[in-house]
Design a protein around this ligand. Structure first.
Ligand code: DQA
Length: 145
């Protein structure tokens, strides 16, 4: 049976496709899930994509991943830059963690340049649009293969 990857998404990403499309593009989170599931078939991984606008819920998703996921791909959105709680939760997870940002956060406002999550992430992808999620899936295939 293939291993499961959790793809976790933070606040406002439920509006992906509608929200600032000049920055984040026109694809929705459902499109991301479809693409990642297709890549998953290639690399023998199944995916479960989740999104929450609430920090504590994301912490709980990470706790759930401890029992039920082999790896985590996470776009913590704005919580990237603020959340020690999400970093601490990720430190309780033993498998690979890949951080994805749709936009190139380093080209944007200074407050987006620091990521708490990067202190735990095994790899970071930024500025590849939603393709970043698919790239992260490929990398998961390598790390877990
Ligand atoms: C983001 C970048 C964050 O700075 C921002 O708060 C987001 C999305 C990205 O995917 O580019 O909501 O994580």
């Amino acid at each position: 049976m293939s291993k499961t990857i959790y793809i976790l998404n933070g606040p406002n990403l439920n509006l992906l496709g509608k929200r600032q499309p000049e920055i984040y593009g026109h694809d929705t989170l459902a499109d991301v899930e479809t693409t990642c599931a297709a890549v998953g078939k290639d690399v023998d991984l199944s995916v479960k994509l989740m999104q929450s606008n609430h920090e504590g819920e994301i912490v709980e998703m990470i706790h759930d991943a401890r029992e039920n996921a082999a790896g985590i791909i996470i776009n913590p959105a704005a919580y990237t830059h603020t959340s020690v709680a999400i970093l601490d939760a990720l430190h309780t997870f033993d498998g690979p963690v890949l951080e994805v940002h749709i936009s190139n956060v380093h080209k944007r406002e200074a407050f987006r340049h620091h990521s708490y999550v990067s202190q735990r992430a095994d790899g970071v992808i930024a500025g590849f649009g939603v393709e970043g999620y698919a790239l992260a899936m490929r990398r998961m295939g390598t790390l877990l293969g």
